[in-house]
Design a protein around this ligand. Structure first.
Ligand code: GLN
Length: 497
């Protein structure tokens, strides 16, 4: 089996046993990137020399009998919104095209401390705003299963690179579904941990009360491995929670006895593609065959989730993105001030810098958020949305009184064609229907592959768990992967010579 086809857990085993070196593993993934990323465009930047230098340094330490970290020698791709000292961190935006952070995000520091090899920076929707990767200022990523289709977003590059076997592991962020949705559409495993589980320090903020970093991988076992490295309290992020991180990899293979699964009544209504509907129901039947019991639960306020999210997220974004004014951060216009304008030269400079730096979706969010927060509308929109958010959380609390995990679809349809929804923001927003309430409630969710459409496109199963029950979520998801092999399928891509 070629090295690039192995799971992270398998690679780690071979590295630890001295059967392969990190340089060999890294070279295998770099070669794969060369062969297929011309078609997929999952990466914004790969620096082969730097990756190999890291790999060789780790090999040398291992050969000298020195201690090595948890991910020693394993390549990991990271979404291009995690600040990495001295490395471009663009958020797929012209505004940050030349930004090189002077510090590492906590998750980057953790990956470095674990001796991971930082393989490259993955493509995404600009500032993580989007669900198709088409909002990248540097061109979209394609779905490796069908290059004419979206990979999902906003962590589309992270999902596509794992699906196409260009990286064994990738890090993404999920504000309203941005890990789970692309994982589902690309046929891999992706997890959004509980809000507060992983430090957001150094994650370029989109909507601070919703953003959370998490793993993308071929298998649940691999996701458990990466989460173990990423998770944990961080004094630099006051919303990160000071709770011990369970050893997920040690428990992931233990099945959940007496598992009670909830099916959300409201998730199986109109708008759900019949093939997705039946794949999800068949997945639930697998759980039943594994001894789980299934019952209907209701999340009555979930019908307001899209509207609530698309007020709260833009409100927070409008504040967070104020810093990209060409002075504090970001692209600065070269356009000279026009003395005949009534605006001062400074205001003109801000205006041009932001107009040139941001793409249309980011501008739309800033305008929506600024409007909803303005005097007179704050109570009607923002405050009301916060109240509904609470009701959505209470729905989950109630549901989790009688079930251990909630199961349902990740996305209403398989991946749609590139370009299909670019002119229809509302249709794009509605695609997030099943994922965003997880973020609004702050709970944990995972997407695992559960089948294919008749046209060969992957379908994802979403499982949700109460706050800080990642261990339960991973064990429950792994159970399914012991009984199925959807996660072992891989797309066929032409190899560029
Ligand atoms: N698709 C959602 C949005 O556009 C979610 C994005 C995300 O999770 N970062 O906001």
């Amino acid at each position: 089996m070629p090295l690039a086809k192995l799971t992270a857990t398998e690679l780690l085993g071979q590295l630890a046993a001295g059967q392969v070196t990190s340089a060999e593993v890294t070279r295998a993934f770099l070669r794969r990137i060369e062969q297929v990323d011309g078609q997929v465009h999952a990466f914004l930047k790969v620096d082969p020399e730097a990756a190999l230098a890291q790999a060789e340094a780790i090999d040398a330490r291992r050969a000298a009998g020195k201690p090595v970290g948890r991910l020693a020698g394993l390549p990991v791709a990271v979404k291009d919104l995690l600040c990495t000292r001295g490395e471009p961190t663009t958020c797929a935006s012209r505004a940050l095209e030349h930004f090189r952070p002077p510090y590492d995000a906590t998750v980057i520091a953790r990956l470095k401390a674990a001796d991971a090899v930082l393989l490259g920076r993955t493509n995404m929707d600009e500032f993580a705003m989007g669900g198709s990767n088409e909002n990248s200022a540097f061109g979209p990523t394609s779905n490796p299963w069908d290059l004419s289709r979206i990979p999902g977003g906003s962590s589309g590059g992270s999902a596509a690179c794992v699906a196409a076997r260009m990286a064994p592991l990738a890090v993404g962020s999920d504000t309203g579904g941005s890990i789970r949705s692309p994982a589902g559409l690309c046929g891999i495993t992706g997890m959004k941990p509980t809000y507060g589980r992983v430090s957001r320090y150094g994650l370029v903020a989109f909507a601070s009360s919703l953003d959370q970093i998490g793993p993308l991988a071929q298998t649940v076992e691999d996701a458990a491995l990466l989460l173990e490295v990423l998770a944990g309290h961080d004094p630099l992020d006051s919303t990160s929670v000071d709770r011990p991180v369970p050893p997920y990899t040690q428990t992931v293979a233990k099945p959940l006895d007496g598992l009670r699964i909830g099916l959300v009544r409201e998730h199986f209504g109109p708008g759900l593609d019949p093939e997705v509907d039946s794949a999800v129901r068949e997945a639930v039947a697998i759980y039943t065959s594994l001894g789980a019991t299934v019952k209907d639960v209701s999340l009555p306020h979930s019908k307001y989730a899209v509207a609530t999210y698309y007020i709260i997220a833009p409100c927070e974004a409008s504040g967070n993105l104020a810093r990209y004014d060409g002075v504090h951060y970001g692209h600065r216009t070269k356009q000279p001030a026009d003395a005949s304008e009534t605006d001062s030269a400074l205001v003109q400079m801000y205006r041009h810098s932001r107009a040139e730096g941001f793409g249309p979706e980011v501008k739309r969010r800033i305008m929506l958020g600024t409007y909803a927060l303005s005097a007179g509308y704050y109570d009607a929109y923002y405050l009301k949305a916060l109240k509904v958010r609470r009701l959505i959380r209470e729905d989950f609390d109630r549901a989790f009184e009688s079930v251990d995990l909630i199961a349902g679809p990740v996305a209403p349809t398989p991946a749609f064609p590139l370009g299909e929804k670019v002119d229809d923001p509302l249709a794009m927003y509605l695609f997030d229907l099943y994922t965003i309430s997880t973020n609004l409630a702050g709970i944990a969710g995972i997407s695992i592959p559960c089948g294919f459409s008749s046209t060969g496109l992957p379908i994802g199963l979403q499982l949700q768990a109460p706050t800080f029950e990642e261990e339960r979520l991973l064990r429950g998801a792994h159970m399914y992967q012991t009984a199925t092999d959807w996660h072992q399928r891989e797309p066929e891509l032409e190899i560029a010579s």
